[in-house]
Design a protein around this ligand. Structure first.
Ligand code: ADP
Ligand code: MG
Length: 703
């Protein structure tokens, strides 16, 4: 297979040359392939294009016409208006751009424009465009007669508009495609890697057909088919990359084959005061299957706050301990590690399982003692912070490593816990519910278990939305909760840790709240720029009930459990993502008392859809789906720190879950069959993978 044609510099395309080549490069189009994949940003179906002769005042119109005359007219109010008379075969209309006289330099007589906007009445009907696109320029070498004919007769056509620039206007791009598209499509046909049978099964177009559909669609339906095929490509190669990482992490390194005895698991199940949820039981079956097999487990356990991940992790750890191994659980903060250790001890010390706690707070002597318990194997379960991955911590026989709140650790730190011989199994946990499609895209190298069910009998948190005018009532409400002996949180946004203005706002509010609003209560302040020990100290005072009200930026620990906290006020709620709000809200409602979350937001947002969705839903996965839908996937990727940058252009994770699942299945099947993809039938796939993902292959050290 030859990539050379599509990889040649853009200046060698017909009608381009060195000068235009440079302008195209400034638009980000360096090679012929870049041009081929530079697909339109906007489509107008001929059926949605109005005939000029049939326009009426009050309509929102989309028309295509040729500029018959044009010019700038001054008005008495010194406003200069650019006007053009647009004409199609049915009639003419005045199009008017107030305050944009410079358009006179851009638009020429004879240009063909697509214009959208309302039809108004000023000395006769006129359109005031919201948007316009120049489709063709008369007499330009770039627009062939074919394009002219198309403009004259729009029936059965879809009008395309490309992302263009000042330097490379629409009609230039259209000219480039007129002259080169057929040949580019012939070249890309050599890169087809999906056999016809697979394409048929998946209902996908061939690669050249898909790109043709995007550049020269004859219907809007065709555009969607083209997009789906390119979306599949994007997802498939990403999954292939991740399948290779997964293969390396789970198969190339020998795993431990744990023998299940149930010696600890059965008595623990009998001691539990409740039944496992269906989701917990299912996750445990998946984990147990991994642990008892040859393969090394590399699994992500996703579940909403309170879904019971810790208990699932405990069972997994007991599978290891029963079989004579140690298990470790790493948490991002000392408070969280201490909390885990306390809970685990309650559950398993009666069964004779020894739980050790290793954090940075330990004094040298105590630390040495814990260290030797870990090294001798006397400690069966070891809970700790980053201290676990520090130099000098030696496990006797580490069989399973669990990482809680995994997103709080870097890729390297997560791996460090499991980097020893033989390789311990790895269970990563995340309390950020994300839609399955997003999880598969970000963590395709891991296997995924999802706890999508909360234990029964939880008191739902009541959520209220208030405008700034309601703040005094909100304080009154908080006061009543505090007087009843409960605790609460007031949260301020701190979008960026370096944002001094926000930080001052939180600090000043803390002073105002403690000085004026709640002078008789003890308040604490928690923000991201405090040193770690100070943060821990404040948090600990809150956990122990010494503080009534915690004023905090978003650093409040995910996973921290203060059952007595029943009210949370979130200020400037409009500045948070929905998933982030959900994480925050999860700090209350952890005890038996009714709990409340009050969002204080801009008056405008109070009536908007976004915060209402949040107010009315407590299911984290549903909120995450709404967040994905409302904010778009770009933002969500930005929020994840991981070694992948999926950077999807065509795939839409709210709609493409089906093809995502297929792409993962296919990618994993190929890697299981032939990890290096040496067989000739994988030639195309291997070369495209190398070509597209060279940098990531290097990042993950897989070739
Ligand atoms: P997560 O880590 O997923 O946020 P936890 O593991 O901390 O959640 O569990 C939250 C609470 O729910 C704990 O108090 C735990 O004992 C309790 N819990 C866990 N599983 C169940 C269950 N199946 N039924 C009832 N309560 C449960
Ligand atoms: Mg947890």
């Amino acid at each position: 297979m030859d990539f050379t044609h599509l990889d040649k510099p853009v200046q060698f395309l017909r009608g381009v040359g060195p000068r235009r080549g440079e302008s195209l490069q400034r638009l980000g189009l360096n090679t012929a392939r870049d041009v081929l994949y530079h697909v339109p940003r906007r489509y107008d179906d001929a059926s949605s294009v109005d005939r000029i002769g049939e326009l009426a005042v009050g309509m929102d119109a989309t028309v295509i016409g040729r500029v018959r005359t044009k010019g700038v007219i001054p008005t008495r109010a010194r406003l200069r208006i650019f006007q053009a008379i647009l004409e199609d075969e049915s009639g003419r209309i005045n199009v008017s751009w107030p305050g944009q006289p410079w358009l006179d330099q851009k638009i020429r007589q004879g240009d063909t424009l697509l214009v959208t906007g309302p039809v108004k009445f000023f000395h006769g009907p006129q359109i005031q465009p919201r948007e316009f696109v120049m489709l063709d320029r008369e007499g330009d070498a770039g627009s062939g007669s074919e394009a002219g004919a198309r403009t004259a007769d729009p029936i059965g056509h879809v009008f395309v508009s490309y992302p263009a620039s000042e330097e490379v206007p629409q009609w230039v791009l259209r000219g480039v495609f007129e002259k080169n598209l057929d040949e580019l499509l012939e070249s890309v046909a050599h890169e087809e890697y999906l056999p016809q049978t697979e394409r048929t099964r998946l209902g996908l177009l061939g690669l050249p057909e898909a790109l043709r559909a995007l550049h020269r669609p004859t219907s809007l339906v065709e555009i969607e088919s083209g997009r789906r095929r390119l979306a599949f490509d994007e997802l498939f190669f990403l999954q292939l990359l991740q399948a290779k990482v997964r293969h390396r992490d789970t198969l190339e390194r020998p795993g431990i084959r744990f023998e299940r005895t149930n010696a600890l698991i059965r008595p623990l199940l009998e001691r539990l005061p409740f039944e496992l949820t269906g989701a917990q039981a299912a996750a445990l079956r998946e984990i147990s299957a991994d642990m008892t097999s040859e393969r090394r487990m590399n699994r992500m356990l996703q579940g909403d706050v309170g879904a019971g991940k810790t208990l699932v992790a405990l069972f997994a750890m007991l599978v290891a301990v029963e079989a004579g191994w140690q298990a470790a659980m790493m948490a991002p903060t000392e408070i969280l590690a201490e909390q885990h250790a306390r809970k685990l001890r309650q559950l398993v010390e009666p069964l004779g399982v020894r739980v050790a706690l290793l954090t940075g707070r330990l004094k040298t002597a105590a630390r040495r003692e814990v260290g030797s318990e870990i090294a001798s194997g006397a400690a069966h379960l070891v809970v700790g912070t980053h201290a676990l991955i520090q130099e000098g911590v030696d496990f006797a026989r580490l069989g399973l490593a669990v990482v809680d709140e995994q997103h709080r650790f870097g890729v390297k730190q997560r791996m460090a816990l499991a980097e020893r011989e033989p390789s311990p199994d790895l269970l990563l946990m995340s309390a950020t519910p994300i839609p399955r499609s997003l999880a598969m895209t970000l963590y395709g190298d891991l296997d995924l278990s999802v706890l999508d069910e909360l234990p029964p009998g939880r008191q739902p948190i009541q959520t209220f939305l208030r405008g700034p005018a309601g703040r005094d009532d909100v304080y009154g409400f908080v006061r009543r909760e505090l007087e009843a002996g409960r605790q609460g949180y007031v949260v301020y946004p701190l979008v960026d840790v370096s944002d001094k203005v926000d930080l001052r706002a939180a600090t000043e509010e803390f002073e105002r709240l403690s000085g004026e609003v709640f002078p008789d209560r003890s308040l604490g302040l928690l923000h991201g720029q405090m040193p770690g020990e100070e943060k821990d100290a404040v948090m600990r005072r809150f956990v122990e009930g010494e503080l009534d009200l915690l004023v905090a930026t978003t650093v409040i620990e995910v996973g921290i459990d203060v059952p007595n906290a029943t009210v949370m006020v979130i200020e400037h709620a409009e500045r948070f993502g929905l998933s982030q709000l959900h994480q925050l809200r999860g700090r209350v409602g952890r005890g038996g008392e009714a709990s409340y979350c009050i969002l204080v937001a801009d008056a405008g947002e109070v009536s908007g859809e976004r915060l209402r969705v949040f107010r009315d839903t407590t299911d984290g996965f549903e909120i995450a789906r709404a967040d994905l839908r409302i904010r778009g996937q770009g933002d969500l990727f930005g929020a994840q720190q991981s070694g992948h940058d999926p950077n999807l252009r065509f795939a839409d994770l709210t709609r493409d879950e089906g093809i995502l699942i297929e792409s993962q299945r296919m990618a994993r099947a190929i890697v299981d069959d032939d990890p290096e993809m040496r067989a000739t039938r994988y030639d195309a796939v291997r070369r495209i993978l190398l070509h597209r993902h060279a940098e990531r292959l290097a990042f993950w050290k897989i070739g």
